[in-house]
Design a protein around this ligand. Sequence first.
Ligand code: ADP
Length: 250
Amino acid sequence: MQELKIIYLDEIDSTNREARRLGDAGAAEGMVVVADRQTGGKGRLGRTWFSPAGTGIWMSILLRPNLPPEKVSAITLMAALSVCRAIRSETGLNTQIKWPNDLVIDGKKVCGILTESVTSDSQLKYVVLGIGVNVNQTEFPEGLPYAWSLRMTAGRELDRERLIEGCLNCLKEDYERYVRSGDLRELRQKYEAHLVNLNQPVRVLSPAGEWTGVAKGITDGGDLNVLNDQGELIAVNSGEVSVRGVYGYI
Ligand code: ADP
């Protein structure tokens, strides 16, 4: 990755949207958009991301990996690992990864990641890596039962600037490992060491229906290996399914 260039904004509709505007205008890899508040923060599958002012880290990074489009979904797992490592080292909190790309503390969600890729003629033009970390919120709306902030566990206000810097350093390091092979082979072990689902029962929510099994780890491409009740190991793809715990979110 070339040098990072950070743009700070007070307010934006969505940092992913802004990074896409910059990507369409030809901005270089390493452009980072950070906003204090998002008025239309995005989640996966058209969901929304609650992004109030002065509390979280709402940022998006523009990447231009020289890889085929099908290799992109693993970037989102790479980013979960990077942000998890950064939060652990900057705050000492025991953050874990919920496959594929959520971060949790005590079973509640402190970070969401939304990766969007733009292609033309089946070639990858660029990728926008959006990261939302709940840092200093002291409460959440009733409609978000699984939302949690770092502060709610740490019991003190945390420095967002320092965390942003830590995240970007870890992301830079992991991204270099990821683009070298185009998959997670150099990151898989570390990812699994932080994976909250490892060897835990999971419910797989797929368009074809729901089934249960035990999560056994990930593939180099970022699929989750789940041992089903018939004893078969099934690789489930992050683009198609969500995973929950048997009794709740984890
Ligand atoms: P998924 O959990 O399916 O991967 P996303 O990571 O895309 O979903 O996040 C979107 C969902 O996260 C929303 O539907 C909402 O339930 C929840 N959510 C929205 N804002 C926040 C937030 N600030 N913190 C935690 N969860 C949130």
